[in-house]
Design a protein around this ligand. Structure first.
Ligand code: BES
Ligand code: ZN
Length: 618
């Protein structure tokens, strides 16, 4: 029954997917998201009034999600997504007339369809519900797992399809709604959402939120903890636990500058405030672009502002992603490829060309390594992917980011930056607050930039980028003067064995480049020499730590082992954890060691991190 239910939309979606750019693009309305049970053509949500209570003792979120809906088909049913939710009752209208509902069979990672009986004229559906204590979006931290060690903390991570584990919703990036929320929390804690936010605690522990712009469900977010706010300028600022706040404010001093730089390129920032929330270290991502309030890992606080391009990335999503959104998770590259491009434009503007070029080259080399690891004929290396029947979260890879980036760069290179900027600005303006499929973007590209120019079309070669696996041959050249000079020093060291030929200090990018360009048969003595000179093992820079520790595991460089254990236990960022654990499980002793650490570390990880690692350590 469930299988059938899932197959119908999937067949519908993929059978009519155009294969190449010159075929007619589909309109928004026709695209059925294979990762949602909702049927928005029949009945669709427009606004949410959320009233919830956050209970740290029971680890439950409970309350009412009141959805304002449209019912264009005049049918007698609206379908929501739900996963692990207990629904006590559902009522219709402001007078809360009770209605009937049923839940479909449970499907892996998809959860259940929630089918609610409505009338032709129904405009409001009130769902009374409680989440489960192990809701996949939510992480509940005890005081020991926070920086301050005194108060508990909770946060949600809804992307890609986890919003349905804490709010019954039509959980598809193609469906948008505005929201208001009232959230009750313990009196000593502050609640924040992806909306207009309070800047300080109140005595009641009841907080009201308003998101006046229509957003998709994956951008619903909530965090509750002992949090304080400090402004950076009039429209940007930082939230963090009190002990973290000063360091965070220092690190993010350029928040205002970055926002202004972004606006200069792609037009006004349309969301009002732009604030950043620094979470406890278990946050599973580097950053999450929750509207008006980026959620970020504390591992970007390196002390020297060298990792803030991650914030440029999340800020860039305020245009690519939050304003113009991928219609389904198969179009994920539209979100991340554009954002990686925009991120580097912001970095170039604020920190200069050298910095942007170094990041571009590191990204490109990472992409080459990934494509060779996945295999150049692997269908998952296409930009337009097919995650049908798979958890979209498990399919997230650097392909969307870096191959997406290279494709955008290819277009920029082919038409020139000035023309491309005008085009992109027009694209964001004309699609603002809408969701877009790959085909719709390609059709817009065709009518607004390519305009029948066959030579240009051939030069860009859309098909090979979007619909073919591997890396097209027309990738734009990438080079960095800084890395070229580092290369020659590295070669000298490799030849002479004399470590003093290397500069005494390295920037973060240079250190990352060096670590990824060491000889594959590097000796333990050479590692010790490098470590003595650059202190990689005891680095306070998480990117350097992650890269160096992965190498240390591969080469069995034991002096780093205690710090590796500490890192794996304290940090929950999946991007760092996965390569380390993957390296460890390559040998039987390594796997034993990994399992031993994991017993202690797993309670500190969010479900999106431990789900991936559970698989690996099975
Ligand atoms: N939106 C993503 C995070 C994400 C992607 C969450 C897919 C769930 C599913 C966010 O913008 C992101 O890309 N974060 C990166 C940082 C970036 C600089 C590459 C991360 O967390 O590492
Ligand atoms: Zn992103």
């Amino acid at each position: 029954m469930k299988k059938l239910l899932m197959l119908v939309p999937i067949i519908f979606a993929f059978a009519c997917q155009p294969k190449s750019a010159d075929q007619t693009a589909e309109t928004d309305e026709k695209v059925q998201d294979p990762h949602s049970f909702a049927k928005p053509l029949e009945a669709v949500v427009k606004h949410l009034d959320l009233k919830i209570n956050v209970d740290f003792d029971t680890k439950l979120i409970s309350g009412i999600a009141s959805w304002t809906i449209e019912n264009p088909s005049k049918g007698d049913e609206i379908i929501f997504d739900a996963r692990n939710l207990t629904i006590s009752k559902i009522t219709l209208g402001d007078d809360e007339k009770e209605t009937t509902f049923s839940l479909g069979d449970e499907a892996k990672f998809m959860g259940q369809s929630l089918m609610v009986k409505i009338d032709e004229g129904t405009t409001k559906v009130n769902i009374h519900y409680t989440s489960s204590a192990d809701a996949a979006a939510v992480q509940w931290l005890n005081p020991q797992q926070t920086a301050g060690k005194k108060h508990p903390f909770m946060f949600t991570q809804s992307q890609a399809i986890l919003a349905r584990t804490w709010i019954p919703c039509q959980d598809s990036p193609g469906i948008r709604f505005t929201y208001n929320a009232t959230v009750t929390v313990p009196k000593e804690l502050l609640a924040l959402m992806s909306a207009e936010n309070p800047q300080q605690k109140n005595a009641e522990g009841v907080y009201s939120f308003r998101q006046p712009n229509a957003i998709p469900s994956y951008l619903m977010a909530l965090a509750v903890g002992d949090l304080e706010f400090k402004a950076v300028d009039e429209r940007t600022g930082v939230y963090a636990e009190p002990v973290t706040l000063p360091k965070a404010v220092y690190e993010l001093a350029d928040l205002g500058k970055m926002t202004t730089a972004a606006e200069k390129i792609y037009g006004p920032y349309k969301w009002g405030r732009y604030d950043v929330l620094i979470l406890p270290p278990s946050f599973p991502f580097g950053g999450m672009e929750n509207p008006m309030l980026t959620f970020a890992t504390p591992t970007i606080i390196a002390g020297d502002r060298s990792l803030v391009s991650l914030i440029a990335h999340e800020l860039a999503h305020s245009w690519s992603g939050n304003l113009v959104t991928n219609a389904t998770w198969n179009d994920f590259w539209l979100n991340e490829g554009f954002t990686t491009y925009f991120e580097r434009r912001i970095v170039e503007d604020v920190y200069g060309k050298d910095e942007a070029k170094m990041q571009e080259l590191l990204g490109y080399q990472g992409l080459q390594a990934l494509v060779s690891e996945m295999g150049a004929t692997n269908a998952d290396t296409k930009l337009k992917v097919n995650f049908e029947g798979r958890d979209p979260d498990e399919g997230v890879s650097d392909i969307a980011y870096e191959k997406g980036y290279s494709f955008i760069r290819t277009i920029e290179e082919a038409v020139g930056r000035d023309k491309f900027d005008v085009f992109l600005r027009g694209y964001f303006d004309s699609h603002a607050f809408n969701s877009v499929t790959t085909e719709q973007f390609l059709s817009y590209l065709d009518s607004n930039l390519i305009k029948g120019d066959k030579a240009l079309e051939a030069k860009i070669n859309i098909d090979s980028w979007v619909y073919q696996p591997g890396l097209p041959v027309n990738s734009p050249p990438v080079s960095s003067a800084k890395f070229t000079s580092l290369d020659s020093l590295l070669n000298q060291w490799k030849k002479t064995g004399d470590i003093s030929v290397l500069n005494d200090t390295l920037s973060t990018n240079e250190a990352l480049y060096l670590i990824s360009h060491l000889p594959s048969n590097i000796s333990l003595q050479q590692m010790a020499d490098l470590d003595k000179k650059f202190n990689f093992t005891s680095s306070g820079n998480s990117e350097i730590q992650a890269a160096w520790y992965t190498l240390a595991v591969r080469m069995k460089y034991q002096p780093a082992y205690p710090n590796i254990e500490k890192f794996l236990t304290e940090v929950g960022r999946r991007k760092f954890l996965m390569p380390l654990y993957k390296e460890m499980v390559k040998t039987p002793e390594g796997k034993e060691w990994a399992k031993k650490i994991y017993v202690k570390a797993r309670p500190n990880y969010h479900s999106v991190a431990y789900s991936s690692i559970d698989e690996l350590l099975k």
